[in-house]
Design a protein around this ligand. Structure first.
Ligand SMILES: Nc1ncnc2c1ncn2[C@@H]1O[C@H](COP(=O)(O)OP(=O)(O)OP(=O)(O)O)[C@@H](O)[C@H]1O
Ligand SMILES: Cc1cn([C@H]2C[C@H](O)[C@@H](COP(=O)(O)O)O2)c(=O)[nH]c1=O
Length: 204
């Protein structure tokens, strides 16, 4: 195993296709000697999974959303992510704090400086080493979601909301270009998978 990125997050608007690629990424890394821990946000611990259920299905405002995801993240970090990294594992996480800036920040209009304070307080500098941002047009993502499943509370938001969330990801990518890699998720799924594996080959 080479000594590259070990905390890797997968991001994008709902329906971009990121979850479709995490298992293949894990398999590719395992074949190269990594011990892989797969997890997700909100969630990843019993407490955080309980918060996820509330988050996805109960009505609440943007501040409550932000506080809930950071509470879940605190439990997830201390119980799962940090111990796994300390044990030398590679952590693949389906969403992390970029999602909070994109959804609660750009999507809901929550104050970005306040989100930055929560980020610093909860993470104490532990950012992902690498983030794969699956970028796709909101109308394409909406078609994929409609064909795949029933919408949860967030997925019932309109196209304008997802356009703002997408712009939130673009802003995060512009602010951290060495960490956040944009993949064009509008391509066919096999093409996207090749791009994911090429990125891992370069960075892990
Ligand atoms: N490149 C692609 N082209 C066409 N369909 C795709 C592509 N990638 C994924 N899909 C399909 O789109 C649907 C949504 O994919 P997936 O659940 O991976 O998205 P997601 O970004 O993880 O969404 P969410 O974050 O809301 O869970 C699935 O039915 C999946 O098979
Ligand atoms: C971490 C995080 C997530 N969200 C939103 C994004 C999605 O709509 C859901 C999670 O569903 P998924 O199918 O597991 O992707 O939660 C958010 O708004 N803020 C966050 O910080």
């Amino acid at each position: 195993m080479s000594g590259g990125a070990r905390f890797i997050t997968f991001e994008g608007i709902d329906g971009a296709g990121k979850s479709s690629h995490i298992e293949a990424a894990a398999e590719w890394l395992r074949e190269r000697g990594h011990q892989v821990r797969l997890t997700r946000e909100p969630g990843g611990t019993p407490l955080a999974e309980s918060l996820r259920e509330l988050f996805l299905h109960r009505p609440m405002d943007g501040l409550t959303e932000a506080l809930l995801v950071f509470a879940a993240r605190r439990d997830h970090l201390r119980s799962v992510i940090l111990p796994a990294l300390a044990a030398g594992q590679t952590v693949l996480c389906d969403r992390f704090t970029d999602a909070t800036f994109a959804y609660q920040g750009a999507g809901r209009g929550f104050d970005l400086a306040q989100l930055g304070q929560l980020e610093a307080w909860v993470q104490q500098g532990r950012d992902p080493d690498l983030t794969l941002w699956f970028d796709v047009a909101p109308d394409v993502a909406a078609q994929r979601r409609a064909a795949a499943r029933e919408a949860d509370r967030l997925e019932r938001e309109d196209i304008d909301f997802f356009a703002r969330v997408r712009s939130g990801y673009a802003a995060r990518a512009a602010a951290a270009p060495a960490r956040l890699v944009r993949l064009d998720a509008g391509h066919p799924i096999d093409t996207v998978r090749q791009a994911v594996l090429a990125c891992l080959a370069e960075r892990c």
